[in-house]
Design a protein around this ligand. Sequence first.
Ligand code: ATP
Ligand code: MG
Length: 390
Amino acid sequence: SDKKYDPYRPSSHTFDLLTRDAKILCQELKPKPEEETRKLALLKKLSDIAREVFGEAEVLPFGSSGNGLALANADMDVCVFLNTKPGSEEVSPVEFVERIGDRLEKDADFENILQLKRARVPIVKLNHVNGIACDIGYQNDLAIWNTRMLRAYCKIDERVRDIVVIIKLWAKRRKINNPYTGSLSSYAYVLLVIHVLQKRGVLPNLQAIVTGNGSIPFWPCQGFNRYFFEDIPNLMRYWQPTPEALSQSVGELLYEFFRYYASEFRYANQVVSIRSGGLLTKEAKEWTKDFTQAQQQQQQQQQQQPPQQPSESSTETDSQVETPPPADAKPVVKNRYLFCIEDPFELDHNVGRPVDRYSLFTIRGEFMRAAKILSRNGDGAIPRLCTERE
Ligand code: ATP
Ligand code: MG
């Protein structure tokens, strides 16, 4: 196996304690049925509004509300799809945001409505009076597909959800789960987890499993291939976990996750790629140069005319920006390649692009802290792992 010698490797007793505590915490973090009910009600309300404004419209949940990886009190990500009749005018993303945003303003049930028209992917953010925060996107098919793929990965093995939930909580409490401030989205952390589980033989590469004979099918979606093997009940016909993979506990896999990103992964030249079931190099992907000085200046000039609001132009990612940026925020969005995590479908998209030199230092420091905590005494390690950082 590819297990490297590790002098800090905890005892199996420690792993048992970590597993026990991780499972208890996961259970506590599960959203209550009452929360699901509120989300369904909000979804219904948004569907009615979308239909009223645009005629035929469908509203689909994605992100953690669609993939089963939500913590209690998570936001809801939804995406609106319009069924425009042949011959009728297409609705642009900006127009969509304006029209639905203006309609929502008239409804007393919605508060803090924000129209992010110039974000990479335009969205409306809002809070519903029933306590749920929600991001509304538009015609983002790939987001629906990557949500479905993450859900498929979770269905393969129940350890996946436990591990992801602990890591999401850890990232939130340690304040490294905000793409706006240079850290990573939850989506990025889930990709990091899947990579480690693929390496350990716990998960297959669903995008490489082919049922017929021949090559991987090409199912086009927004210019990319959205194919993946989704028939999880029949997965065993095509792939089996190794006996070793089956025997690893949640505690052991959590430790492995942190150890891997603390000391094995080579940030300088490797790229995490769940689509290829392993690692790629930055050279191979041509992800070597961050924005050059010239490109950066050019971009800054473009952004000076017309002046844009930082809250819109600096939105780093799709819909997961939770806090509005500070007024003095630099409005320049850069393609950085310091922490390289390939999007499984949008292959030219680095999901780790918000990470800069300073936040990388912070994030790596957190991986090291976590590995250290888990490698000592297992008793109380999980709560200590997830203590709030000031
Ligand atoms: P949380 O419960 O913390 O909100 P989440 O599972 O909803 O976590 P998010 O990071 O909010 O994860 O992302 C929601 C969805 O948005 C993802 O499933 C993905 O479809 C899309 N997404 C988020 N970030 C990116 C990104 N950087 N690139 C591409 N798609 C993204
Ligand atoms: Mg979300």
